[in-house]
Design a protein around this ligand. Structure first.
Ligand code: ADP
Ligand code: ZN
Ligand code: MG
Length: 502
């Protein structure tokens, strides 16, 4: 316990946190927001994806990227928001070297989506986050700070990101705990990936989370002075930064300090927030309607077309897995929570419609999930591309029919994932046939018992030795014994008549 902790916990009983989250996501489009430059600039040489529009040269005119607009409409539908019939573009004016025009084209009072919500599960139960808005804007260029050969500090500008489509999603100040905030960010990432509008990778800056945090005495209405926290590069740091900020403000308020509306950064190594600058108010930006673009009209048919193209959303998927397939809420959450697992689960079920959903779920969350975590490569070059759903369905079918032991099935899976060979060929090659016949296992069990008298003594003394003996049977049969049957026979043999040699 640090010296500050007792004071802080008393303070936390007296104050309630009010938290609002702003998330910027890069949209996955072919071209940038207002020009035809390629949006696939990740890893490209600096300033190789630019044109007069995204360099902000005088006289260059913007044109609207339809796919980016559809990305925000899709997000709006997925969070249950409404899209107005007519929206508008606005100029947000400020000076910074990464903003060549001196203004950002954004949306101010008529965003593409408003009044949505997202439900999350927390350790304290379900929680619904109110979402104020989702709007479309353009990203800034990137400043790269370094030093030259003479040791002088330099700042270079890479305009590849300039004008890339960016969606900002802003919650109501309805979040109360750091955990709720983290869960919201995680669930939003899953949603954006599921509908395919953003890679939403925090470490790569595709999803940037900012948290507004203030405290108020419990039982009172008015909001306190808020602080905006930036530079959190993982979900874990979102939770840690907010928890830290709640503590810091509570201690400050208890000491009678007056808080200022600052923008603070999160230092992940030191585990603290620090002042970056005092915060601008929105009137400082002098928003006004963008004169170079007409208002954007969104016909109801357009919204319906986007809606029709949406896949099943995570919440609906979890509910279906539980209600229609009988999975546990835990398994449903794990499978629906990771797109690669969802894809594998759905594909194996499609290839093997007769398989028990629970069997497929156990495999996907177990052996398959482990292999996925262990394989460095993602996508087609990784596990997903190297395994085939029909083969995995065939494999699970053999287990279900009692032809293949789980131990051997694990080996067939590993071999299939490594070589791409069919399950049938691997089973044939290795000569795997599950021994599910009591009489066939009898001799092996006798041999194992004869070789392990100490384990028998342990078992009879009430010590856990049965697992070891089952393991020996599996080893003696090259994993082909039906482990459940082996356990049953061993138990019968040891606990039965009691007149055996041991
Ligand atoms: P900006 O930060 O750009 O000025 P807003 O004023 O709309 O934008 O607020 C941004 C976020 O801060 C929203 O998520 C909002 O819910 C939240 N927020 C507003 N007031 C407070 C407050 N007093 N405490 C905590 N969060 C707040
Ligand atoms: Zn361009
Ligand atoms: Mg803000």
């Amino acid at each position: 316990m640090t010296a500050a902790a007792p004071a802080a916990s008393t303070a936390l009983e007296r104050y309630e946190a009010v938290i609002g989250i702003e998330i910027h996501c890069q949209l996955r489009t072919a071209s940038k927001m207002f020009c035809s430059c390629s949006n696939a600039y990740d890893g490209a040489p600096p300033n190789s994806h630019t044109c007069p529009v995204c360099l902000g040269l005088p006289g260059a005119l913007p044109t609207i990227n339809r796919a980016a607009v559809e990305g925000v409409i899709a997000t709006g539908i997925a969070i249950g928001a409404t899209t107005p019939a007519a929206t508008r573009w606005d100029r947000k004016n400020y000076f910074y070297p990464d903003l060549p025009k001196g203004y950002q084209i954004s949306q101010y009072d008529l965003p593409l989506a408003a009044h949505g919500r997202l439900a999350v599960e927390t350790s304290a139960g379900p929680f619904v986050v109110g979402i104020q808005r989702a709007h479309l804007e353009e990203d800034t260029a990137k400043l790269i700070h370094g030093s030259d050969a003479d040791g002088r500090r330099t700042s270079l500008i890479d305009f590849n990101r300039s004008g890339a489509p960016l969606m900002e999603i802003v919650t109501e100040p309805s979040i109360r705990t750091a955990e709720q905030a983290r869960r919201y960010a995680e669930e939003l990432q899953l949603l954006l990936r599921t509908i395919g509008v953003s890679g939403a990778d925090m470490e790569r800056g595709q999803m940037r989370v900012e948290a507004n945090v203030s405290l108020r005495p419990r039982g009172t209405e008015p909001f306190g002075t808020r602080v905006e926290v930036k530079n959190m590069n993982s979900f874990r740091s979102v939770e840690r930064a907010i928890a830290f900020e709640i503590q810091r403000q509570a201690v400050a308020l208890d000491a009678g300090e007056v808080l200022t509306q600052d923008t603070r950064g999160w230092d992940d190594n030191r585990g603290v927030t620090y002042v970056m600058r005092s915060k601008e108010d929105s009137h400082d930006y002098r928003y006004f309607p963008e004169p170079d673009l007409p208002p954007l009209r969104v016909a109801p048919e357009w919204i319906e077309a986007v809606r029709a193209g949406l896949p099943e959303l995570p919440a609906a998927r979890r509910a279906r897995y539980v209600d229609a397939l009988g999975l546990s809420a835990y398994d449903a959450g794990v499978i629906a929570g990771q797109p690669d697992l969802t894809t594998a689960f759905e594909a194996i079920r499609a290839a093997g419609p007769g398989l028990s959903p629970k069997e497929v779920a156990n495999f996907v969350t177990g052996d398959y999930g482990r292999a996925l975590n262990e394989s460095a490569e993602r996508g087609p070059a990784g596990l997903v591309g190297r395994t085939s759903a029909p083969e995995l369905a065939d494999l699970l079918g053999r287990v279900e029919r009692g032809e293949l032991s789980r131990t051997n099935a694990r080996e067939v899976f590993a071999s299939h994932a490594a070589t791409g060979e069919t399950a049938a060929a691997i089973v044939e090659e290795k000569g795997f046939h599950q021994i599910s016949d009591s009489s066939a296992l009898g001799a092996t069990i006798e041999a194992v018992l004869a070789a392990n008298p100490a384990a028998i003594t342990d078992h009879r003394a009430g010590k856990p030795a049965l697992g070891f003996l089952v393991g020996q049977v599996m080893k003696a049969t090259r994993g082909q014994a039906n482990a459940e049957l082996a356990g049953k026979l061993l138990r019968e043999r040891l606990d039965g008549a009691g007149d055996g040699p041991a």
